[in-house]
Design a protein around this ligand. Structure first.
Ligand SMILES: [Fe+2]
Length: 134
């Protein structure tokens, strides 16, 4: 199971709180894969996570706009990329259902992309944000 490690903390309270929720929802999906949940149940966890990805990215972008983050446009592009990527997984699941291969692909994508994004891009924004707040 994933958790929010120290090097994933941005220091922006709202963002860190939302990252924890995001990780909870990723964990629900990982769990569904581990216990080979039904298609219906897995579908629910995918939708539940998908909704939150969109909400969280939107909220994070709003904070970036409000603080005049110079790398906002770049950051938003990354979010848009991943929303599309996740939508592809959603469609693939709706079409083909559960498979070992699908679960592994989705899990790897989530773990790699999101963790890397948080540790890199979000933490970088956090540094900017904290410097502004001084
Ligand atoms: Fe982000």
């Amino acid at each position: 199971m994933l958790s929010l490690s120290k090097d994933m903390e941005t220091g922006v309270e709202k963002i860190d709180t939302q990252h924890r929720e995001l990780i909870n929802r990723i964990n629900s999906l990982l769990e569904a894969g581990e216990k080979s949940a039904s298609k219906e149940e897995t579908q629910k966890t995918i939708d539940y996570l998908g909704e939150y990805i969109v909400k969280h990215f939107g909220d994070e972008e709003e904070i970036q706009i409000k603080s005049n983050y110079p790398q906002y446009a770049e950051h938003k592009k990354l979010h848009t990329y991943y929303i599309d990527e996740f939508a592809k997984f959603k469609n693939e699941f709706a079409e083909k259902g559960n498979s070992m291969e699908f679960t592994m692909k989705l899990n790897n994508s989530l773990i790699n992309w999101i963790v890397k994004h948080i540790k890199g891009n979000d933490v970088e924004f956090g540094k900017f944000y904290k410097a502004q707040a001084r």
